[in-house]
Design a protein. Structure first.
Length: 387
């Protein structure tokens, strides 16, 4: 029925955006949703499925067409991530991180570094990681210690990175290193390869969720990296990393929306089927009120996230504030919606036979990574008082 109403373009998706969304939904229904529970339970990294996403352009969503990408905006990227997270937030988030690494090389790298890495990243013959966090610097990312000392045509890199998605599996690591003074201005971005001498990986972390992707520490022991692997100029690494995070925050928020939408749909279906006291649970007013709140909060978070995505694409002056606001709201709302969906399932929601508990675990980390939600509040608050 709603299609007969002519919504103004600014409040609706375009036909092209709907086609992209539908493409991602079909891929998810065919290749992700039927297998996600097994990937989670058996800790399977679905490399073949992830590589299949590259055939649709989903490995280089906002990489330029000149570099082999599909050159879409951040809203289109959010639609893709949201659709894939409906099947598996962990796998969708992994693809988001690969996209962030590819975009940073395309946007800021020299032609030499683009030619070296982008062809294989666009096809996902090689996978990319983003390396910022360290054992001693999480929220205070500008305090990172990993050093890169110039030695002729190479940098010699020493240090370690923590909580790196894809570590040990991925071949390409876009890494923030200290080439100069303390603080953000002394940070540069380097592309480091898995097989370079001196690169090693810790044990796979035993995590609450995100079981379909590996997470390890990466250690650099006097790794010789060609100077041509610099992304941007020396000292620009922190700025580049933060620009990457604007998009990463939108994508992780979109993953929360997709996972929460799946759980809302599951809760509606379950409460209509499940009877207590001779009545379907869905017929109780309390259930309807709960579902109504879940749906309303999810739509509000979605609207903010889509608006923030449009601002990042347009390079609006308030893009970082809106990306932080949207990430905070979408990830908190996503976890809250999934928690209520689990409650509506009662004891069955706690069982692995139903998908809710997997989404509950997977979405929990979204309020921590890409900047904690407390840091999101700092970003927003500081921007507000600067005005």
């Amino acid at each position: 029925m709603e299609n007969q109403f002519d919504l103004t373009p600014q409040f609706d998706l375009t036909d092209d955006q709907r086609e992209i969304q539908e493409l991602a939904r079909r891929f998810t229904a065919d290749r992700i949703t039927p297998h996600a529970a097994e990937w989670d339970e058996k800790h399977i990294f679905p490399r073949d499925t992830i590589k299949a996403a590259a055939e649709l352009g989903f490995a280089a969503i906002y990489v330029s067409e000149e570099s082999g990408g599909i050159a879409l905006g951040r809203l289109e990227a959010a639609l893709i991530m949201e659709a894939m997270a409906y099947g598996c937030p962990s796998t969708s988030a992994f693809i988001s991180i690969h996209n962030m690494a590819s975009w940073m090389i395309d946007r800021f790298g020299s032609q030499t570094v683009k030619d070296k890495y982008l062809p294989s990243l666009v096809t996902m013959d090689r996978l990319g990681s983003y390396c910022l966090t360290e054992p001693g610097s999480g929220s205070d990312a500008a305090a990172l210690k990993t050093k890169a000392v110039r030695d002729g045509d190479h940098y010699v890199v020493t240090g370690s990175k923590q909580f790196i998605s894809g570590a040990g599996e991925n071949e390409v690591y876009v890494t923030m290193v200290r080439t100069g003074e303390e603080g953000p201005k002394g940070i540069s971005a380097l592309v480091i390869e898995k097989d370079m001498a001196g690169v090693s990986f810790g044990a796979n972390e035993r995590k609450l969720g995100w079981h379909s992707q590996p997470t390890r520490q990466v250690t650099f022991d006097n790794v010789r990296v060609p100077v041509e692997n610099l992304v941007g100029a020396e000292g620009e690494g922190f700025r580049i990393a933060m620009m990457g995070l604007d998009g990463g925050r939108l994508n992780i928020g979109a993953c929360s929306l997709g996972g929460a939408q799946r759980c809302l749909d599951e809760a509606i279906r379950y409460t209509k089927d499940r009877k207590q006291f001779g009545t379907a649970i869905a017929d109780f007013q309390n259930t309807q009120f709960t579902l109504a709140d879940m749906a309303t909060e999810l739509e509000a978070a979605r609207a903010l996230l889509y608006m923030a995505a449009a601002k990042v694409t347009a390079n609006a002056p308030d893009k970082t504030r809106f990306a932080a606001m949207a990430k905070r709201l979408a990830t908190d709302t996503g976890s809250s919606v999934v928690d209520r969906a689990l409650q509506l399932h009662g004891g069955y929601g706690y069982l692995m036979d139903y998908p809710i508990e997997r989404f509950w675990r997977d979405l929990r980390v979204h309020s921590i990574l890409e900047g904690t939600n407390q840091v999101m509040r700092m970003i927003v608050g500081r921007d507000l008082i600067r005005q």
